[in-house]
Design a protein around this ligand. Sequence first.
Ligand SMILES: *Cc1c(COP(=O)(O)O)cnc(C)c1O
Length: 371
Amino acid sequence: MKIQFLDLKAPYIELKNELDEAYKRVMESGWYILGKECETFEKEFANYCGTRYCIGVGNGLDALHIILRAYDIGEGDEVIVPANTYIATWLAVSYAGAKPIPIEPDEKTYNINPTLIEQAITERTKAIIAVHLYGQPADMDLINYIAKKHNLQVIEDAAQAHGAKYKGRRTGSLGDAAGFSFYPGKNLGAIGDGGAITTNDPVLAEKVQILRNYGSKIKYYNEVKGFNSRLDELQAALLRVKLSKLDEWNERRSIVANRYLENLRNCNGIVLPYVPKWAEPSWHLFAVLYSEREELQSYLFKNGIDTLIHYPIPPHLSEAYADRGDKIGDFPITEHIAKSVLSLPMGPHLNQGQQLEIIGRLNVYTNKKFC
Ligand SMILES: *Cc1c(COP(=O)(O)O)cnc(C)c1O
């Protein structure tokens, strides 16, 4: 029995009729960019997140980049980012011409540690990007409080957190603006690339709408040097179908997560995800820490179980950011996570039998080794 990390075909099988219908509707419409489907999806997703506006864009990285541009953040500015994140968070800041200022994570949640933010703020700081890593919401009240005090924008990187809740409110509505990704493997995934920006701010909403489409509101009248980053009609139509299933699929992820939490408690050396009282995670990933991660990964692999590492090299140590001159040891908590993190199979279509096989293997491996 082979257990995939994530079955990307299963959602299609489950929703085949509706997805095929949406595909056909777009194909036969003769209209493929910025039309009814995108507009309707934007309304539906804004409604889902509890925001006034949603603007579809080309991908998650563009979503973050365009938000920063719309806030006029660029050359000479600093943006506070988590040290422990996917590199896209940093790249958005770099694209805008600003400097990412990394902050170590909280040791339990792996998300940005709000108590370390204030000491990193300078007169150049313009914004804080909070990432809801693995679908665990960041501690937004504290982040918003600090931001307000220093007059900074708060941007959520919600690329892994569609539908996750913080104190009962959905991600995407917790800061000044949020960027989402609809990369196929995300909780709400397109059949290709896609992304969106959510916000309650009408001025920002209009700016990003102009920026995503060559800087023009009226065709061929270009107010600013914009970008080409649009959510196409086909992706929007398919996303509308999948959005109708998002809560149910997230609920299934949560059942999987709780089964792991319950049944891996006695595995020696495995550090399980910590969920604060106020968090309802979207469980994009189920990431554990284990000091001999490579050995564990190859044991599982030999037994037909695929796992992944999110992420093996933190942005500050990646070659792309070699120009920063960071050294090993500069962000020890982030580096410790990168060295020991392992993502177990997780998704709405992972069945109980498969999961019990994974749980069994993990118990045998970790207990044989240490007992
Ligand atoms: C996926 C992801 C992104 C980027 O999204 P793309 O659609 O691939 O550009 C940004 N941030 C985080 C945390 C992500 O997981």
